[in-house]
Design a protein around this ligand. Structure first.
Ligand code: AMP
Length: 398
């Protein structure tokens, strides 16, 4: 069975074609600048050389048509006929309370997806465009929606209700939803496998540390709490997002700096986080470099970041009444040896000990705790595309 995974952004589209027999990637690629001058398709057929096609790509439908053409192309294609694709798995950012699992798309699902737009006005519309384009170009091929929020839907009410009048939950759906769910699901399952356990038998804290970052408490295979909230702004300090702050700061800043709602929204989403603290960059490699050269604010940004992760891990160990394993994943979690070390140095009270030699690793799944560590520490590269492909396959095969 071959499954195409599509991740549509507002002006970009990422794709991977999987052969589910061995979960290998037959081809992958990226369409950039959709609807903008200079649009381009970068197609990587298996191990062969990357192909770059520069052409006008006015909308997502044209982008997907180009991708399908590339996949069946006589020279750089990887399949003979489009009919070889049995199903398409689409990443959808927000499923609100409507979708607790991945789902096969039909008319009723499309209506529900439209209703979720108000929760993620920037992200869900391009996701929907991608689904519609595939339905048109690949009639009869199963389309499956896989939601960033779905894995977190098991959270108990006491973890997802905010300290606001209850009516805002009922009236506007304002509650914690959580994001990066596909990643937290993938690495928590992988962690159980690496421990030789079933997900239902262990308590795992998964730390997805990238440009956007979140932590999840996964007890017996189900999320009981996570750090992102109604939107992906809450929780950890991120590349450019502020994470948790005293909400009173917002009206105060709006008055003092003469900002309206859009301006403050942009300030806390795009100008804050480790970029705002360090004044250097939102990229952790740049910040680590600057800190090494003695930049105090860069060092402070790294300390603030690590401390917030430590606090969440402590809170989630308490929420689950213990923890068996802590997982680091995503760009920073998979690659930053020093960040993992500075976060894990606060885990002594949990009985978790990092092994500095084992921790000397980038982008490879492995245990990084000492042999006598009571709580296991792991690096596990995330693979959201594979998780989407797996969900798509299992939904299609029933
Ligand atoms: P992601 O959003 O998962 O793609 O992660 C992006 C973040 O990972 C960026 O801030 C990068 O700086 C960070 N990152 C990637 N590689 C490294 C590395 N070798 N050392 C430190 N940070 C890294």
């Amino acid at each position: 069975m071959k499954v195409l995974v599509i991740n549509c952004g507002s002006s970009s589209l990422k794709y991977q074609l999987f052969n589910m027999a061995d979960e290998s990637v037959l081809a992958k690629g990226l369409v950039e600048r959709i609807g903008i001058e200079g649009s381009v398709l970068k197609h990587q057929p298996g191990e062969a050389e990357k192909v770059t096609i520069e052409t006008e790509i006015p909308d997502h439908s044209v982008a997907i048509k180009l991708v399908l053409n590339a996949l069946v192309d006589a020279k750089h294609g990887v399949i003979k006929d489009m009919n070889e694709i049995s199903a398409v798995g689409h990443r959808v950012v927000h499923g609100a309370e409507k979708f607790a699992t991945s789902v096969r798309i039909n008319d009723a699902v499309m209506d529900a997806l439209e209703e979720c737009i108000e929760m993620a006005p920037l992200h869900n519309p391009p996701n929907i465009l991608g689904i519609k384009a595939c339905e048109k170009l690949m009639p009869g091929v199963a389309q499956v929606g896989v939601f960033d929020t779905a894995f977190h839907q098991t959270m108990p009410k006491h973890a997802f209700i905010y300290g606001l009048p209850y009516e805002v939950y009922k009236k506007h759906g304002i509650r914690r939803y959580g994001f990066h769910g596909t990643s937290h699901k993938f690495v928590s399952q992988q962690c159980a496998e690496m421990m030789g356990q079933k997900p239902e038998d262990i308590k795992v804290i998964t730390c997805h540390l990238g440009n956007g970052s979140s932590v999840a408490a996964v007890k017996n295979g189900a999320v009981v709490d996570t750090s992102m909230g109604l939107t992906p702004l809450e929780g950890l300090v991120m590349g450019t997002r502020c994470g948790d702050i005293d909400p009173a700061i917002l009206p105060m800043l709006m008055k003092k700096e003469n900002m309206d709602a859009d301006a403050i929204d942009s300030y806390i989403n795009k100008e804050s986080g480790v970029l705002g603290i360090s004044g250097v960059s939102s990229d952790f490699r740049d910040i680590e470099g600057a800190a090494d050269e003695g930049n105090e604010r860069a060092k402070l940004a790294l300390d603030v970041f690590a401390y917030r992760v430590q606090k969440y891990v402590g809170a989630y160990a308490a929420a689950m009444n213990g923890v068996d394993a802590i997982v680091f994943t995503a760009g920073l979690g998979e690659n930053s040896i020093s960040m993992r070390e500075s976060i894990a140095e606060a885990f002594g009270y949990l009985g978790a000990k990092i092994d500095k030699e084992r921790n000397n690793v980038r982008g490879k799944a492995c245990e990084i705790s000492t042999a006598d560590s009571k709580v296991k520490l792991f690096v596990i590269p995330t693979n959201e595309e594979l998780m989407i492909a797996r969900d798509t396959k299992s939904i299609c095969l029933g």
